[in-house]
Design a protein around this ligand. Structure first.
Ligand code: TTP
Ligand code: MG
Length: 350
């Protein structure tokens, strides 16, 4: 039996703006898109009570909610938060499939954290995300991939919902077809016209009927509704690097303050390398520095084991490029060389 977790941040862009500007925390808020047509990227939960939604025009939204505050988006900040949540995921499993900046599927079937309880892992991931970013996430947990995604919407915001193996059958039977990923508005209308509204309706028609009347899409829809389609988290499993990083609550204002952080980062890196048995496959050491103005710089050196002195040199070099700018994030990492068997296979394929 597989264990999937789907994580999705709550009103992501808006939550970042509320975090960074307390004046926005308690007002109906939307993020203006960058498109010419002027549609919203998202809205906070206060604005949603007035019916304001993603992809709605600014004009329409203002009609629904005259007090709506619309601010422009800050993509660089959203990307940073996105990197932070992906770093959290990597603490629990390598099997991560990001779907967008704010959501990802995780396969935790073989994870040993929390004694293997996917429910507890999801809980802990959400707590870690909050500690790292100050933002809340919701989670869905299920033995079937697409059900985990549907489940992550059930207890939004800041909640989680689990569908246990013995509950799958009932869950699918009552499931409105429009909730299934890939069933959009137009498809749903067509299905409704054929009398299909829920998973139960599809199952009762049977796979042959679905093939005849809906085509190949109908077959895959049938498999989903019948619980026959478990799904697989697809990821690039050949690791090329491993790194740890930390965004500081207060910027570091001197080289010495940055160097003082090295031992902690190094401890964390050692832990992660040992856990994944990668210690003997190091081929490069690297350091990353993000300055207060969000400019990122990195420095690396070819080397085949961890070495504190080299990290000190790399950090000094990277720090100096900032010309005394305060530092908001530090990271250290290693390059990983492929295992010999992999090289062999690649050369056959060539
Ligand atoms: P979503 O996860 O769909 O929405 P959300 O995180 O804002 O809200 P929810 O709590 O319901 O998950 O999308 C994530 C981000 O992607 C969202 O904050 C802004 C951006 N986005 C757009 O720019 N345009 C869109 O049409 C949508 C749906 C999202
Ligand atoms: Mg979201």
């Amino acid at each position: 039996m597989k264990k999937f977790i789907h994580i999705d941040m709550d009103c992501f862009y808006a939550a970042v703006e509320m975090r960074d500007n307390p004046k926005l925390a308690c007002v109906p808020l939307a993020i203006g898109g960058n498109s010419r047509r002027g549609v919203l990227s998202t809205a906070n939960y206060i604005a949603r009570e007035y019916g304001v939604r993603s992809a709605m025009s600014n004009y329409h939204a203002k009609q629904l909610c005259p007090d709506l505050v619309i601010v422009p988006g800050r993509m660089a900040v959203y990307k940073e938060a996105s990197n932070q949540i992906r770093e959290v995921f990597s603490r629990y499993t390598d099997l991560v499939e990001p779907l967008s900046l704010d959501e990802a599927y995780l396969d935790v079937t073989d994870s040993t954290a929390c004694k293997g309880s996917a429910t507890l892992i999801a809980q802990q991931i959400r707590a870690d995300i909050y500690n790292a970013t100050g933002l809340t996430a919701s989670a869905g947990i299920a033995p079937i991939k697409f059900i985990a995604k549907i489940a992550s919407d059930e207890k939004k915001p800041n909640g989680q919902f689990v569908v246990l193996p013995h509950e799958i059958d009932d869950f699918l039977a009552q499931l409105p077809l429009g909730k299934i990923p890939g069933v959009g508005k137009v498809t749903l209308e067509k299905l409704n016209l054929k009398g299909l509204y829920t998973g139960k309706d599809v199952r009762e028609k049977g796979v042959n009927w679905m093939q005849q009347h809906v085509g190949n899409f109908g077959v895959s829809l049938y498999q989903k509704c019948a619980g026959e389609y478990v799904g697989k988290v697809s990821t690039d499993r050949i690791r090329k690097s491993l790194s740890v990083e930390h965004t500081y609550e207060y910027n570091k204002t001197s080289l010495q303050e940055c160097l003082d952080e090295l031992p902690r980062l190094l401890d964390e890196l050692v832990l992660r390398l040992n856990k994944q048995q990668l210690r003997n496959r190091i081929n490069k050491l690297s350091v990353k520095v993000k300055f207060a103005n969000f400019v990122v710089t990195s420095a690396d050196q070819v080397y085949h084991e961890l070495n504190t002195e080299i990290f000190v040199q790399l950090l000094t070099k990277a720090y100096q490029r900032g010309l005394q700018q305060p530092v908001r994030l530090l990271g250290i990492g290693v390059g990983i060389k492929n295992e010999p068997e992999q090289n062999f296979q690649l050369s056959i394929l060539d």
